[in-house]
Design a protein around this ligand. Structure first.
Ligand code: NAD
Length: 261
């Protein structure tokens, strides 16, 4: 599955799934653009370290995915630097867990902007370049929560369902072109995002860490195992490969059977 010569932007890729996806795409031969809003030395160091292992095929570009102009600037800067953008992986995401009656409006707005609207802006900016190049792949990292729901995750569930819906529209608008658009719906992957939910859940249910993982998180996942960032990255590589040319407008669940229940 060679992606030699392809340029991939992965939004929100200084940790967790995004970083895993960048690794797998780079291993497959793509040049990767790592992104986050933070612009710290560590972020540049992550890209430099990946570049060292991949003949210089990784850079870091700062852009805040909560802002439409920065989403579009991320694509513009990638094209300025490399001449094209062939693969866009919309991965940036945040979470807030609270009942809908007290759910803060600013958290709702931020989750919708970062988890959903950013994918609209980057895709809109990238499509003309993909059309010009005659090849393109849009891969949206949705969630099992894009197909099912959980209490206390209203904004996240709404955003992820929105991403799944928008993916289908992009697929239909590009169906007769050499461009595909698909969504991946992971179940639980033990990333900083999931780690950050554990202490509150421990307090809420008066459980230790291991019990939270077993009885709250993996309870919904029939495999009883976390998926790994490598497995999500591998699924992205597959969707970008020639084997997946006719796969468009669909969702691939990487959830240990969660959505089969
Ligand atoms: P993570 O916290 O490790 O990564 C989130 C990434 O988004 C980070 O790189 C962060 O810098 C970036 N980000 C946050 N706000 C941003 C902003 N304003 N601009 C640019 N980047 C921003 O979490 P993760 O679990 O790796 O999550 C990645 C994606 O996978 C998210 O969309 C998440 O919803 C989705 N997902 C995760 C799981 C899971 O169990 N971990 C399950 C299903 C879906």
């Amino acid at each position: 599955m060679s992606l030699n010569g392809k340029v991939a932007v992965i939004t929100g890729s200084n940790s967790g799934i995004g970083l895993g996806v960048a690794e797998e795409l780079a291993k497959a031969g793509a040049t990767v653009v790592l992104n986050s809003f933070t612009d710290r030395d560590e972020d540049h160091a992550l890209a430099a370290e990946l570049a060292e292992r991949t003949e210089g095929r990784a850079i870091y570009i700062k852009a805040d995915m909560s802002k439409a102009d920065e989403c579009r600037a991320l694509i513009d800067q990638t094209v300025e630097r490399f001449g094209s953008v062939d693969i866009i992986v919309n991965n940036a995401g945040i979470q807030h867990v609270e009942g809908i009656d007290t759910f803060p409006t600013e958290k709702w707005d931020a989750i919708i902007a970062i988890n959903m609207s950013s994918a609209f802006h980057t895709t809109a900016a990238a499509l003309p370049h993909m059309r010009k190049a005659g090849w393109g792949r849009v891969v949206n990292i949705a969630s099992a929560h894009g197909l099912t729901a959980s209490p206390y995750k209203s904004a996240y569930v709404a955003a992820k369902h929105g991403v799944v819906g928008m993916t289908k529209v992009v697929a239909l608008e590009t169906a007769q072109e050499p461009i595909t658009a698909n969504a991946i719906c992971p179940g639980y992957v033990l990333t900083p995002l999931v780690e950050s939910q554990i202490p509150d859940t421990m307090k809420k249910y008066d459980m230790d860490r291991e019990t939270v993982i077993k009885q709250v998180m993996l309870e919904r996942q029939p495999s009883k195992e976390f998926a790994t960032t490598e497995q999500i990255g591998g699924t992205v590589v597959f969707l970008c490969s020639d084997a997946a040319t006719q796969i468009t407008g669909t969702t691939i669940s990487v959830d240990g059977g969660w959505t089969a229940l």
